[in-house]
Design a protein around this ligand. Structure first.
Ligand code: SF4
Length: 284
């Protein structure tokens, strides 16, 4: 008999859960809408929302519905303006933690700071943050890429899903390199605690089990990173999108198995994995 243990914290974070619920509520009460980008990086959820009338689009030109949802990653002010200009109903599911980062980027840029965003320049959330700096900000993960701050005034914020420790290491490295050019520095830690909570719970779980299944889409950056964190503990790690990918061989000789999931993985995907493991003799 295999024992199954779930991570203390796993799956949907509050921001993604809220975004999915807001879209579902709109579809139920007011009818079809378009989502600007995937509302969550999970095919199961996207397909379910599509069956209820949510059309995923890459640009406002593709919108056919009378309403548009901005995802939990947020968007720049020009996108919000354009939605209004086109007379579309806005369903703004921007996560409140992302909103806080946008407000910081906007305020600091307005105060004349060179705003530096610790994050991936091509990520939708970072693109939104850059837009909130009025296009004057810079995004990078590499301290050597930091430009010389205008008037010596530098402000640093983070892409919310970056790890807190890594953000502060970055801040330390930037300050070390730019010391001679700096006159004033503002740092706003906009990292989200949800990311770290999932990593710590998975690391904790890895101490008690002989293998871990990480459930989530391969196109989900947060699930890929969660799998890396689990793998780094040394415990055999299986990154699976669904229960269909569990092979009986991966359970051979194992007495305790763990399950965790990224912040974009819905509960039903995790429950389906547990049901499959139980079917093969696992007990929770
Ligand atoms: S990870 Fe954090 S910032 Fe991102 S959507 Fe979830 S709660 Fe919001």
């Amino acid at each position: 008999m295999i024992e199954i243990e779930l991570a203390r914290v796993y799956g949907f974070c509050p921001g993604v859960r809220r975004a999915v619920e807001m879209v579902e509520e709109h579809l139920r009460a007011r009818g079809p809408l378009a989502t600007l980008g995937a509302i969550v990086h999970n095919a199961r959820v996207v397909d379910r929302l599509a069956s209820l009338g949510a059309q995923g689009v890459r640009s406002l030109d593709e919108v056919q519905a009378p309403a548009v949802a901005i995802t939990a990653h947020g968007a720049g002010p020009e996108v919000v303006e354009e939605i209004r200009r086109r007379g579309l109903v806005l369903v703004d599911t921007t996560c409140p933690i992302v909103k806080r980062a946008q407000e910081a980027a906007h305020r600091l840029s307005g105060e004349g700071f060179t705003v530096l965003i610790y994050g991936e320049a091509t990520h939708p959330e970072v693109q939104g943050l850059l837009a909130w700096t009025g296009g004057k900000g810079h995004a990078t993960l590499i301290p050597a890429d930091v430009p010389s701050p205008k008037g010596g005034r530098l402000a640093i914020v983070s892409q919310t899903t970056k790890e807190r420790e890594a953000f502060w290491d970055f801040v330390g490295a930037v300050v070390g390199r730019s010391r001679s050019a700096l006159r004033e520095l503002q740092v706003v830690d906009t990292t989200c605690p949800e990311t770290g909570r999932r990593y710590r719970a998975a690391q904790d779980l890895a101490r008690r089990v002989e293998a871990i299944f990480v459930v989530g889409s391969r196109n989900s950056a947060n699930t890929r990173r969660l799998a890396e964190v689990v793998r780094a503990t040394g415990v055999p790690t299986h990154f699976i999108e669904s229960e269909e990918e569990i092979s009986p061989g991966s359970l051979a000789g194992i007495a305790r198995v763990g399950v965790t999931a990224g912040a974009s993985t819905p509960d039903e995907a995790v429950q389906a994995v547990i049901a499959r493991l139980r079917g093969w003799g696992g007990k929770p």
